[in-house]
Design a protein around this ligand. Structure first.
Ligand code: NAI
Length: 334
């Protein structure tokens, strides 16, 4: 039987997810949509044969919706997640889970009270074949213990409304999540460093920034988060261990010989670079909802990412490394 999915937010990634739920993966059907931009939502509803609703709450509570996908703007996530938990429905929430740690705690409390894992957060890199291979090599133990991660997150360019904090909460948050997933441990402290600024970035934006994190066991992570690489969307990650190192592969592109040069294409943005990861993420989410047992990033993971991002922002203001302080992990998430 197909899982009937309601989607809130029919902008860029919302439409991408509707397309993949309808045309790419198996076992799901988009039955309801909503967006504050009603015109777009109505067009999308018509295109995919879904029902248009005036509000996200109506989508969540609609009888033809078994599970919810939230792809609206960041500040709207927490309210819709809480409403989904209240209605007892599974909910896939695009990252970030919420914009404040307190909202994440409200979600954790509601989920614990519901006594059921209902929430998955959209950290899609955990579904990327390259990162999964990295994790497998680390966990095999043949390279010894991990000591350091060197990573970089380069965007071609940034939207005019991009802010200094968004570099951490919207972009660097992927590295915050993936590093702790790769290492399977929590952070001790973190700091943001600024470097010589790129004259091509907005004058209001600190760009690039360097994220430094230290885990409880002492592993050091450094991430260049660069919103104006000027050449493409480029994600790199190398884990250095006691007896060797393992590196994320570049996307598999053909080698072109042309005009006295050899070259490989570099993607323009995340939607191309991680397209397969998103497909796998949604197929696994649909399967796990059907089996009544979520396997992807949880509310706890969304909370830790949010607290870590807040800590990094604080450190940029204090100029010193700041401790990552979380509430005790509820038994429910262990
Ligand atoms: P977008 O601006 O293209 O689309 C967001 C849509 O949400 C807009 O159509 C807007 O009208 C709608 N919206 C805003 N408030 C709403 C509300 N209260 N109820 C219903 N609809 C509402 O933005 P985009 O790029 O699609 O991002 C959406 C979310 O997805 C963001 O939270 C973003 O962080 C996340 N995202 C995650 C990515 C990932 O790599 N996992 C990549 C891109 C976005």
């Amino acid at each position: 039987m197909e899982l009937k999915v309601g989607v809130i937010g029919t902008g860029g990634i919302g439409q991408e997810h509707i397309r993949r739920l309808t045309n790419v993966i198996t076992g799901a059907k988009v039955t309801a949509v909503s967006d504050i931009n009603k015109e777009t939502a109505q067009k999308v509803a018509e295109k995919y044969g879904a029902k248009f609703y005036e509000s996200g709450e109506e989508v969540i509570n609609a009888p033809e919706v078994d599970a919810v996908v939230i792809a609206s703007w960041d500040p709207t996530h927490a309210g819709y997640v809480l409403e989904s938990i209240k209605s007892g429905k599974y909910v896939f929430c695009e990252k970030p889970l919420a914009t404040t740690a307190d909202e994440c705690i409200d979600i954790i409390k509601a989920e614990v009270k519901a006594k059921k894992h209902l929430v998955q957060v959209g950290f899609m890199r955990r579904f990327d074949s390259g990162y999964r291979e990295l994790k497998k090599v680390i966990e095999s133990g043949k390279l010894g213990a991990p000591l350091m991660i060197h990573a970089c997150h380069r965007n071609l360019t940034h939207i005019p409304s991009h802010t200094t904090d968004m570099t951490i909460t919207n972009s660097g948050i992927h590295e915050i999540d993936i590093s702790r997933w790769l290492l399977d441990e929590e952070y001790e402290n973190g700091q943001v460093l600024t470097v010589k600024q790129n004259s091509n970035s907005s004058k209001k934006l600190l760009d690039p920034q360097i994220i430094q994190l230290k885990t409880k066991s002492g592993v050091r992570i450094d991430v260049e988060v660069n919103m104006s690489s000027g050449y493409g969307y480029d994600i790199q990650c190398e884990v250095v261990c006691e007896k060797g190192a393992v590196r994320l592969p570049d996307p598999n592109k053909v080698l072109v010989r042309y005009n006295c040069q050899r070259s490989y294409e570099i993607y323009e943005d995340w939607s191309q670079r991680f397209i397969e990861a998103y497909d796998i993420e949604f197929q696994e989410w649909v399967n796990s909802v059907k089996y009544n047992k979520l396997t992807g990033p949880s509310s706890w993971d969304g909370y830790v990412a949010c607290v870590t991002a807040d800590t990094l922002i604080k450190s940029r203001n204090t100029g010193a490394a700041e401790d990552v302080v979380t509430i005790d992990k509820p038994q429910f998430y262990k």
